[in-house]
Design a protein. Structure first.
Length: 525
C-alpha cells in the first residue's frame, strides 16, 4: 500500500517499492478503503507522495531501495486535454512520462529521489496568437485572453516543437523529530478534500521547489490536529513574456486541519497561499520574509490588486464528513481570491471573488470482494454577480504578479483553470484485482473573460462535454490502468461564425483522449 509498509524484508536488503502518486489508482483505493473504515484517514486532506508513504504509522521501516518505474502515456487526437498530470502537459499527439529513482530511510531521515522524464509530441492545433501590438510584449503563445491588468502565465500551446525534459519530480528529503517533520522537496502537494479539483494546491502543474515544516497528525482529547507550512519558488514558463527579471516568484502557504474528537469522520480545515513578486537579487527568502511581515495586513487596494503591492493571496475553508456505516462522504472547499476591504464590504459583497468545490462519494457491496462506488463533484470559479457593481479579477489571475497562480505555465489549483466551472459524475466497480467504470464531465472554460473586450464578438461560451471509460487490472504484480474519453468542445476559444444576420454558429471540435499507466500493483484492497 505504501512505502513504509512495502514489505517485511530485512531493513538492510535492497528492494523495489512503488510510489503512491496523487490522483493515481493507488490513492483512489486508499480513499475508498477509508470510506469503508478499513484505512485510517488522518492527514489525508494535506497530502503528497512523501506523506502517503507513512500515513497513520508511528514508525518507519528502515532501508534503502529502488523506486519501481511508473510509466504513463497520453494521446490527444484533436486538442490538448491535460488535467492533474503534474510534470506532463498532455498536448495534441502522444505524451509520455517515466518516474523512477531511489529511496533511503535511516533513523529520522526519509529521502526519496524520484525524478521524472517527460516527452511531449506537441502536434499543431489552432490557437489565437497573443497580439503583437499589446504592451508589454509577450510570446506569441501566451494566453491572449489575459493581458494586463488581469494577467496569468497560461500559454495556449508550449511552443511549436516537441518537448523533452527531466525534472526532480516527486523528490523529497524529510527529517522527523517528535511531533513535527521538516525538509525540502519538489513534489506536488494537494490541499483539501477535492478529487478532481483542489482550489489552492493540486498536481495540475509541475511541482515546485519548497521547504516545509509539518505536524504529523497529532491526537489529543480535543481532536486530531494536522498542519503544513511551505516556502517555495514558482517559475515562469518559457512562453510568457520577454522580461528575464521576473521569472521567479515566492510562495508562502499554510494549511491546517482538525478532526473532531466526537466524530473521527468529520475533518475541517483552512489554508492560505500568499504569492509575491521576487526581484532579482532579492531572493525567495527575502520575498517570503516581506510577505511574513505583512501577513494579517489587508491589501491597500484588494479590489484592484494594486500593482505596487506586488503580492496576492487565496484563502480557503474546507471540510470532509465521512459516514463509515453508510460508506458515504461529502466534502466542500470554499475559497476567496480577494480579501474584503472592510467588515462592511464583507457584509455587502459576501460572495465577491468566491470559488467552491463540493462533492460526494458513496459505496456499497455488490457481491463478495466487489464494491460499487458513485462519485460526483462540482467546481465553480466564475465571477459572482458582484461583478456588476465592483471589479473582480478572474480566479488565478493577478493584478499584482503578472504570472498569476501558476508554475511553469499551468495553474497551481483547480485543473479546469481560471474563471471556469465543471461538473463530474462517475460510477466504478472495484474488486481486489480489477476496476471498471464510466464517467461524464462538463467544463466551461475561462468563462470569467467572456465579456472582456479581448474576446471576439458573438460571446459564445467555450464548453467541453466528455464521456469516458476507465479501468485497471493487476497481473503478475503489475497494475495497468487505461482511460478513454470522447469529448466535444463547443465554441472553441469563444469562436463563432455568422449564419445569418440574426444567427451564429459555433466552432466545434472533437477530441479523443487515450491514456495508459503502468505501475507496480499495490496488492488487493
Amino acid at each position: 500500500m505504501m512505502l513504509g509498509l512495502a514489505g517485511a524484508a530485512d531493513a538492510q536488503q535492497l528492494r523495489f517499492i512503488p510510489l503512491v502518486s496523487l490522483t493515481s489508482e493507488a490513492e483512489e483505493r486508499i480513499r475508498l478503503s477509508q470510506l469503508s473504515g478499513k484505512v485510517c484517514a488522518d492527514g489525508f486532506l494535506i497530502r503528497s507522495v512523501s506523506r502517503l508513504t507513512t500515513p497513520c504509522a508511528s514508525t518507519v521501516v528502515e532501508g534503502t531501495g529502488i523506486i519501481s518505474p511508473e510509466i504513463r502515456a497520453v494521446s490527444n487526437s484533436g486538442l490538448p486535454y491535460s488535467l492533474n498530470q503534474g510534470s506532463l502537459w498532455a498536448g495534441r499527439g502522444w505524451n509520455s512520462e517515466l518516474t523512477t529513482g531511489v529511496f533511503a530511510f535511516r533513523g529520522p531521515f526519509r529521502f526519496i529521489l524520484a525524478p521524472t522524464a517527460v516527452a511531449e509530441e506537441n502536434k499543431p492545433f489552432q490557437v489565437i496568437p497573443y497580439p503583437e501590438q499589446v504592451v508589454p510584449a509577450r510570446s506569441e503563445w501566451a494566453n491572449p485572453f489575459h493581458p494586463l491588468p488581469e494577467s496569468i502565465d497560461l500559454p495556449l500551446r508550449f511552443g511549436d516543437r516537441p518537448l523533452r525534459r527531466v525534472d526532480l519530480g516527486q523528490s523529497s528529503l524529510t527529517v522527523d523529530v517528535p511531533v513535527v517533520s521538516f525538509g525540502v522537496a519538489t513534489e506536488n502537494l494537494w490541499w483539501g478534500p477535492g478529487i478532481q479539483n483542489a482550489l489552492l494546491l493540486s498536481n495540475n502543474a509541475p511541482g515546485f521547489p519548497h521547504a516545509f515544516a509539518q505536524m504529523r497528525p497529532l491526537g489529543t482529547p480535543y481532536g486530531t490536529f494536522d498542519a503544513q507550512w511551505i516556502l517555495g519558488q514558482l517559475r515562469e514558463s518559457d512562453f510568457f513574456d520577454v522580461d528575464s527579471t521576473n521569472n521567479h516568484r515566492a510562495l508562502n502557504g499554510l494549511a491546517f486541519t482538525w478532526t473532531a474528537p466526537f466524530d473521527s469522520g468529520l475533518t475541517l480545515g483552512a489554508a492560505r497561499l500568499v504569492m509575491s513578486a521576487q526581484d532579482r537579487g532579492h531572493g525567495v527568502l527575502g520575498s517570503a520574509l516581506d510577505v511574513f511581515r505583512r501577513v494579517g495586513q489587508p491589501d491597500t487596494d484588494t479590489s484592484a490588486h494594486a500593482s505596487n503591492d506586488r503580492r496576492d493571496q487565496i484563502f480557503s475553508l474546507f471540510g470532509r464528513w465521512m459516514f463509515v456505516p453508510a460508506a458515504f462522504e461529502a466534502y466542500l472547499e470554499y475559497a476567496h481570491f480577494e480579501e474584503p476591504t472592510s467588515f462592511r464590504d464583507l457584509l455587502e459583497y459576501p460572495g465577491h471573488s468566491e470559488a467552491y468545490t463540493l462533492g460526494f462519494q458513496w459505496a456499497r457491496p455488490l457481491f463478495p470482494s466487489a464494491m460499487f462506488r458513485l462519485q460526483g463533484e462540482a467546481s465553480y470559479l466564475e465571477p459572482d454577480p458582484s461583478l456588476r457593481l465592483r471589479p473582480v479579477a478572474v480566479t488565478y489571475t493577478s493584478r499584482a504578479v503578472p504570472q498569476g497562480f501558476t508554475n511553469r505555465g499551468e495553474t497551481l489549483g483547480a485543473a479546469i483553470g481560471p474563471g471556469a466551472s465543471s461538473q463530474w459524475l462517475a460510477g466504478d466497480v472495484f474488486t481486489p484485482l480489477w476496476r471498471f467504470g464510466v464517467y461524464l464531465n462538463r467544463i466551461r472554460w475561462d468563462n470569467g473573460t467572456l465579456f472582456e473586450a479581448v474576446v471576439p464578438e458573438f460571446r459564445r461560451q467555450d464548453v467541453t462535454l466528455a464521456a469516458g471509460l476507465r479501468g485497471s487490472v493487476n497481473w503478475n504484480g503489475v497494475n495497468l490502468a487505461v482511460d478513454f474519453s470522447h469529448a466535444a468542445r463547443f465554441d472553441y476559444l469563444f469562436q463563432a461564425y455568422v449564419i445569418s444576420p440574426t444567427k451564429t454558429g459555433g466552432i466545434d471540435l472533437l477530441n479523443n483522449t487515450l491514456s495508459f499507466k503502468v505501475s507496480t500493483a499495490l496488492g488487493p484492497r
